[in-house]
Design a binder for this molecule. Structure first.
Ligand code: 13P
Ligand code: SF4
Length: 305
């Protein structure tokens, strides 16, 4: 665990309390380096959902954004799910409400709703199946014949549509962080670093995925980086992932396509807030049971895909 010396006391207090509470700390690949380092498990949205479903711990401290903690609660209703900063939301998830989705479904009778996991539990409850960027292509391929409405990320939806050759109606949502990345960021870095390989997250715009060498989820990027012979990789996603990429691949160089692609919500969680969450057992995220049961069907289908 690589932590600054002044964090050591804080880390020790968290670890002691974590033991007492029988808690597990799950941390997304975009979290601050010290928050990743204290995680029992660090991963992408799909990997963290699987861990949340499988853990035997009584308490899940979710270091990510609100919809991720909700997904953990949907899967583990008997556990206490803590989100160390309750304001850590996802602007993309907020671009659709359950009411707006219900209205759209009424305009499209019989439509299959595929919902990116970056959405509220209430939106998931109105959806047929969920997906993450790691399994979106597989999920859409598993959907039966008929029209598909993909919510809320138009760019992930567009990318999946090109891969599956399934036309889809796309909700006009987007990730403001990934929108900061431009095609020139990839092109100029590839020119500057000869032999480099560009990995692009599918939340980026089509002009950006078009110049990618590989389009991958954050978990996919980590796997690729560990296996490739390339020594320089251009990374087009939220910059927090650079910490883990560099830590796990010390012999390789990782260049952020655009260093401004930083998600302020992901950075709201700090070591202090993790400690306070474990002390107070707050903020707790719990999904109302009627919504949870309906959302669970869509999330279970995502995990089975
Ligand atoms: P991953 O699914 O690749 O973890 O990325 C999701 C994301 O952008 C989290 O907001
Ligand atoms: Fe939401 Fe984008 Fe931040 Fe992910 S990176 S939490 S999609 S705003």
């Amino acid at each position: 665990m690589a932590a600054a010396a002044d964090n050591i006391e804080l880390i020790n207090r968290i670890l002691r309390l974590k033991e007492q509470r029988n808690a597990v700390i799950l941390s997304h690949n975009y979290q601050r380096p010290e928050v990743q380092d204290i995680g029992d498990f660090v991963g992408d949205s799909l990997e963290l959902s699987r861990k949340a479903a499988a853990t035997e711990a009584a308490v899940i401290v979710f270091c990510g954004v609100h919809f991720m903690a909700e997904t953990a609660s949907i899967l583990s209703p008997g556990k206490t799910v803590l989100l160390p900063d309750a304001e850590s939301g996802c602007p993309m998830a907020d671009m659709i409400t359950a009411d707006a989705l219900v209205k759209k479904k009424q305009e499209m009778p019989g439509v299959h709703v595929v919902c990116y996991v970056n959405s509220s539990a209430a939106v998931k409850a109105e959806s047929e199946v969920c997906c993450t960027s790691a399994n979106a292509v597989r999920v859409v391929e598993s959907v039966g014949p008929g029209e598909i409405l993909f919510v809320p990320d138009q760019y992930l939806g567009h990318y999946v549509s090109t891969q599956t050759k399934r036309p889809m109606v796309l909700w006009p949502g987007f990730c403001p962080t990934h929108l900061k990345i431009k095609p020139e960021d990839i092109i100029s870095n590839k020119q500057k670093y000869s032999g480099s390989v560009a990995l692009v997250h599918p939340e980026c715009r089509p002009e950006v995925t078009a110049v990618a060498d590989h389009v991958l989820s954050t978990g996919g990027m980590l796997k690729f980086a560990g296996q490739t012979n390339a020594k320089i990789l251009i990374i087009a996603t939220e910059v927090g992932i650079l910490h883990r990429l560099q830590k796990e691949n010390p012999g390789k160089t990782f260049i952020p396509a655009n260093a401004k692609a930083l998600c302020p919500n992901m950075k709201k969680i700090t070591l202090e807030k993790i400690l306070w969450a474990l002390e107070d057992m707050q903020p707790e995220i719990r999904v109302p049971e009627d919504i949870r049961i309906r959302a669970r069907t869509a999330v279970d289908r995502m995990l089975a895909a």
